[in-house]
Design a protein around this ligand. Structure first.
Ligand code: NAD
Length: 477
């Protein structure tokens, strides 16, 4: 029988094959999950210090191959080479951080006192089924694999068929880890498997709802990291340097805007909007350089697929003309760049829309950003909090106290102050959404604790030898 393969092409060079992986059909998923379940029984009994040593070894192996892996990642995703180096380097840093923090986070609580003897253990779930997207395929996998493995779980990972290659190489360095390939059908077989004891998903709304329903029907706990439509709010006293504007531009356009926590709506005070737009366009001209991801000076490559390019092109078209907006092209291309060589989309700032426009109301997930003006603080807060998504947000102000005070009133899981997107992340800060952006957290101690459940052994004082028992109807203290 011929093997069913997924072929991955380079989105910057249409027709250039980067590699292929075999599709795992539902029977194959069942076999892999059974194997992982068997391995879980061994791996969970390995002392935590040895598990940590194995993960540190994997981190060192990946770090030593960083350049080769970054090039492969750039070729399969269209992300600039420097970003790919950064993503893999960050995944290594995260894995090492997880190893550093695991002993304290996973330690049992043991008490032996007048109330009795109590042990609270942090136990792994079993097989963790991970389903991940293509836009940051390494870090989004490592955020699940690192904490799950160090806690003694086994992992079956189903990466996106749009970025399956580099993550497969990296997963091969990790113990108790299996990778399966395919689209929704393979994902469904994994999430709905009776031996999968925890599900971790990052991706879009439609898949998220289905996965939550399947996991719910199985009583399988899940972590869901879904989309966002992050507002960036500039208070009337904002004081941005040229470097701040450059950071802001990349907060929207890194990875061609295909980032869950990108700055997706810019809210600027009406009185300062002309000044803002001028400085923004100048900054974009300096830092937003479109071209082949393997060219060192490039900061924005193509989008992931022809379908994504078409969808974003249609969104820009619908926002202008009768849509009421004016689309201003941003940045520049490397000399000699041929946009027809791949799925390139010209980045745009769109001015003059109202909040009902699809570009404002929905997650665009591409290189086009609306700039909106506002007149008052309560008004902008209500507009920023409108909608069903609540992943990230940002507040920009010269007065940090004002920024923090307003930040507390955002309906978002993570509010950045005077920055946005990955420059505002921290290993110690739990990340995740509120409202329909999902539930559960990654990063921080919370991210480590997602992959353990507490299990108790308790001898109440009353029933220990010589304890004297408990009066009928009494409750323990
Ligand atoms: P997607 O939902 O289309 O696919 C994500 C993964 O789910 C892929 O591996 C896909 O094959 C699989 N899948 C799809 N349908 C499935 C089903 N019914 N059952 C099981 N698996 C299924 O998302 P995408 O296009 O790869 O990624 C873009 C989305 O991800 C955006 O909405 C973005 O905001 C979101 N995202 C969120 C975060 C976060 O941390 N919150 C991070 C990155 C991306």
């Amino acid at each position: 029988m011929r093997e069913n393969l997924i072929f991955r092409e380079n989105p910057a060079r249409v027709g250039e094959l980067v590699g292929s992986v075999p599709v795992t059909d539902p029977a194959g998923v069942d076999e892999v999950v059974h194997r992982a379940d068997g391995a879980f029984r061994e791996w969970s009994r390995v002392p935590v210090a040895e598990r940590i040593a194995a993960l540190r070894h994997a981190a060192d192996t990946v770090a030593a191959r960083l350049e080769e892996l970054a090039t492969l990642l750039a070729r399969e995703t269209g992300k600039p080479l420097a970003d790919c180096r950064g993503e893999i380097g960050f995944a290594v840093t995260f894995l090492r951080w997880t190893c550093d923090r695991a002993p304290a986070a996973l330690a049992s609580v043991e008490v032996d006192d007048a109330a009795g003897r109590l042990v609270v253990r942090r136990k792994p779930y079993g097989v963790v089924g991970c389903v991940t997207p293509w836009n940051a395929p390494i870090i989004l996998a490592m955020l699940k694999l690192g904490p799950a493995l160090v806690a003694g779980n086994a992992v079956v990972l189903k990466p996106s068929p749009l970025a399956p290659l580099t993550v497969t190489e990296i997963a091969a360095t990790l113990p108790a880890t299996w990778v399966i390939h395919g689209g929704a059908e393979t994902g469904r077989a994994l999430v709905g498997h009776r031996l999968v004891r925890k599900v971790a998903f990052t991706g879009g709304d439609a898949a998220g709802r289905e996965i939550a329903a399947t996991a719910g029907a199985m009583i399988t706990p899940s972590v869901l990291e879904l989309g966002g439509n992050d507002p960036a709010v500039f208070l009337p006293d904002f004081a941005l340097t040229g470097a701040d504007y450059e950071r802001l531009v990349m907060a929207s356009f890194a990875t061609g805007g295909q980032v869950c926590m990108a700055a997706k709506r810019l809210y600027v005070p009406r009185a300062r909007s002309t000044e803002f737009v001028e400085a923004y366009l100048a900054a974009a001209e300096r830092v937003l350089v479109v071209g082949d991801p393997l060219a060192e000076e490039v900061t924005m490559g193509p989008v992931i697929s022809a379908a994504a390019a078409d969808r974003i092109g249609a969104l820009v078209a619908a926002s202008t003309g009768a849509g009421g907006g004016r689309a201003v092209p941003l940045g520049r291309s490397v000399p000699g760049h041929d946009p027809s060589s791949g799925y390139f989309v010209t980045p745009h700032l769109v001015i003059g829309l109202d909040d009902h426009a699809p570009l404002v109301a929905d997650e665009q997930f591409g290189p086009v950003v609306p700039l909106l003006v506002y007149d008052g603080e309560e008004e902008v807060l209500a507009r920023a909090n409108a909608g069903e998504l609540g992943l990230g947000a940002s507040v920009w102000s010269a007065d940090e106290e004002c920024a923090f005070a307003l930040a507390d009133r955002f309906e978002a899981g993570f509010v950045f102050v005077n920055t946005h997107n990955r420059t505002g992340m921290s290993l110690r800060a739990p990340f995740g959404g509120v409202k329909r952006s999902g539930y559960g957290r990654e990063y921080g101690k919370e991210g480590l604790l997602e992959y353990v459940q507490s299990a108790v052994v308790h001898a109440p004082a009353a029933f220990r030898p010589g304890g004297g028992g408990m009066a009928a109807g009494a409750y323990p203290g």
